[in-house]
Write a protein that binds this ligand. Structure first.
Ligand code: 13P
Ligand code: SF4
Length: 365
């Protein structure tokens, strides 16, 4: 995705950190309930401290849907999250993404035209009824495709329930774009990774399989992944277990299967926060997810020993693009009466189809 982010004006670049934070607070006071700031758990501390609500993808989607009276929502997260908020809100509401280049590398691994081509190939191979499910980390156009084809959307917080529903509706589950989330959840449900699942490589005819294999395999996993969560390995877990007996390992389900299998727990960012907040004082934790969240967990739980599973930086570079200076700029424009900066708007047809898919998800839970 190539979207050009206008350069921050000099004024916002040269301000001191304190002035930036004071300006944000003053703007928030002036805007009152006309503007709400949402912050994903991977955002920088300098941004999260100003968020009205923080959460994982599921929680933030629900909050956006329920903010029916708020004209402006500033989404400090990544592009697919802001698109989802736009889909879930009314025409009179507007969503801003403070840095337009805050995309998601995983979402970019499932282009809708590739999905459409694969879908047609699978049908031509004689596959039975296919239920498409896309992880919320996907483009609005893919959410729309899924909505138009009887499918739905999941997040890391509800994937098991959604996949259970999808498998009850058809003969095949086609899961986009995160192979790891799909594999981890289906394995936990009792499916065999070899017999019941195949990896669909969109660069190969029929995903790299025979028509017979396609027809007889229940679960098709799109070949996508998160480059940040690919940095956690089984070796890191083994090393830590020998160095720190009694350590608890918790990882995000975007990690590879061998990592999730070797961990004590896996869950969405919100579920990781809850597990650690509820843990006993003195407990030792290693966490396999993005660096900002792990560092915040360590700071907020001084009674526990919390470190990252990967001793080197596991940073989501796109989440990291949004700074308090971008936020100050968006809010200042609103205070000045200018049009909302960096609006994210999904065309009405795509939004309607995506909304169908999202409403199916909300109805499952
Ligand atoms: P959560 O929904 O668990 O917050 O995950 C979002 C994400 O992008 C993880 O990489
Ligand atoms: Fe996307 Fe991975 Fe970043 Fe999450 S951590 S937003 S999946 S690139």
């Amino acid at each position: 995705m190539t979207i050009l982010q206008p350069a921050l004006p000099d004024r916002f670049q040269s301000m001191s950190d304190d002035d930036v934070h004071n300006l944000i607070e003053e703007s928030k006071r002036k805007l009152g309930d006309r503007c709400v700031i949402l912050g994903h758990h991977y955002q920088r501390d300098e941004v999260i401290r100003h968020a009205d609500f923080t959460g994982d993808s599921l929680k933030l989607a629900r909050i956006a849907r329920d903010l029916t009276e708020t004209p402006y929502i500033v989404f400090c997260g990544v592009h697919f999250m802001a698109e989802t908020a736009d889909i879930l809100t009314a025409q009179h509401q507007q969503i801003s993404l403070p840095d337009l280049q805050a995309g998601c590398e995983m979402a970019d691994m499932a282009e809708t035209w590739d999905v459409e081509a694969s879908w047609a190939e699978a049908l031509a191979a004689g596959a039975g009824k296919i239920i498409p499910v896309t992880y919320i980390n996907s483009k609005a156009s893919l959410k729309g495709f899924v909505g138009d084809h009887g499918g739905t959307i999941c997040t890391s917080g509800n994937a098991r329930e959604v996949i259970d529903w999808a498998l009850s509706q058809g003969e095949h589950l086609f899961f986009f774009p995160d192979q790891h989330l799909g594999r981890n959840v289906c394995k936990a449900m009792g499916f065999d990774t070899e017999k019941d699942m195949l990896l669909w490589d969109p660069k190969k005819p029929l995903g790299g399989h025979s028509a017979e294999k396609i027809r007889t395999t229940r679960i098709w996993l799109w070949k996508g992944h998160c480059p940040v969560h690919a940095l956690f390995t089984l070796h890191q877990i083994q090393r830590l277990r020998s160095e720190k007996p009694g350590i608890k390992i918790i990882v995000h389900p975007e990690c590879a299967m061998e990592v999730v299998d070797a961990a004590d727990m896996s869950g969405s960012t919100e579920q990781i926060i809850q597990a650690i907040s509820n843990a006993a004082a003195g407990s030792i934790w290693s966490v396999g997810t993005e660096k900002h969240l792990v560092e915040r967990l360590a700071a907020n739980n001084p009674d526990k020993d919390i470190t990252s599973l990967n001793p080197y930086t596991c940073l989501c570079g796109t989440m990291n693009r949004i700074t308090s200076r971008h936020l100050a700029w968006v809010l200042d424009d609103l205070v000045e009466g200018k049009p909302l900066r960096n609006p994210i708007s999904v065309d009405q047809k795509t939004a309607a189809s995506s909304r169908t898919a999202l409403d199916r998800m909300f109805n499952i839970l």
